[in-house]
Design a protein around this ligand. Structure first.
Ligand code: DC
Length: 222
């Protein structure tokens, strides 16, 4: 592919967005932008400082006093908070749920908006999140919405965490996933939904390579 496109991949937690986006970016030699990591990074600091997750003035202070930087490390944008590489620390369910909570606030979303747009300014990017095609990159060249049913997503997340060596209970993943879906889909600003012009891919019965192939197929014909 000659032109450096902006490709967006939105969808709910556990739909396989990260693995698919990472694999796709590698195949195309594009940058991979995981925007959930930005919300997780701010949530991590919120938890660390024991700031209330639903107090807007405290969150506004946090947003203005925190430096968030994206660095391209081997084609993947990594997040640094106040100079600290937080990649390992932000991958817990607790941080994910807190990220979902604080992402309902406009002050948090606005704090991270330009950072995301700047990362995609040159094109050649696979941007993954909840509002990539709807808000951050409304003029993206290709928009995909990756979905899977709730039970399947819970199973995948459970397996993924077990493989990472985390001690987790299926029931608690079930509860967290349900809460996150509700929060991400029902919030007032930039709620999770498939953009009208997105191609919807249901990954229930598809492997990661199959989803990636499908995406590459759509890009080649459109
Ligand atoms: O993709 P993830 O699970 O790492 O995202 C964590 C939370 O961050 C998610 O539940 C909602 C929020 N988020 C968002 O509001 N907008 C995005 N573009 C990405 C993530």
């Amino acid at each position: 592919m000659e032109k450096k496109y902006i490709i967006t991949i939105d969808g709910p937690a556990g739909a396989g967005k990260s693995t698919v986006s990472k694999t796709l970016a590698k195949k195309l030699d594009y940058i991979y932008l995981d925007t959930g990591a930005l919300y997780r990074a701010l949530a991590y600091k919120t938890l660390k400082l024991k700031i209330s997750l639903d107090e807007v003035s405290a969150l506004a202070n946090l947003c203005s006093s925190t430096t968030v930087v994206l660095k391209n490390i081997d084609g993947q944008m990594k997040v640094y908070v106040d100079g600290e590489d937080v990649e390992e620390k932000i991958r817990t369910e607790e941080v994910g749920l807190a990220a979902s909570k604080i992402s309902t606030f406009v002050v948090v979303r606005e704090r991270l908006l330009n950072l995301q747009r700047e990362a995609g300014a040159q094109g050649g990017i696979v941007a993954e999140g909840r509002d990539m095609g709807s808000v951050v990159f409304p003029l993206a060249d290709y928009k995909f919405y990756l979905d899977a049913n709730l039970e399947e997503r819970i199973k995948r997340r459970y397996k993924e965490l077990l493989e990472k060596g985390a001690s987790v209970e299926y029931k608690s993943i079930q509860k967290d996933m349900f809460a996150r879906d509700k929060q991400d889909k029902q919030r007032e600003i930039a709620p999770l939904k498939a953009p009208d012009d997105a191609i919807i891919i249901d990954s229930d019965n598809l492997s990661v390579p199959e989803v990636v192939e499908k995406i590459i197929f759509y890009i080649s014909i459109k």
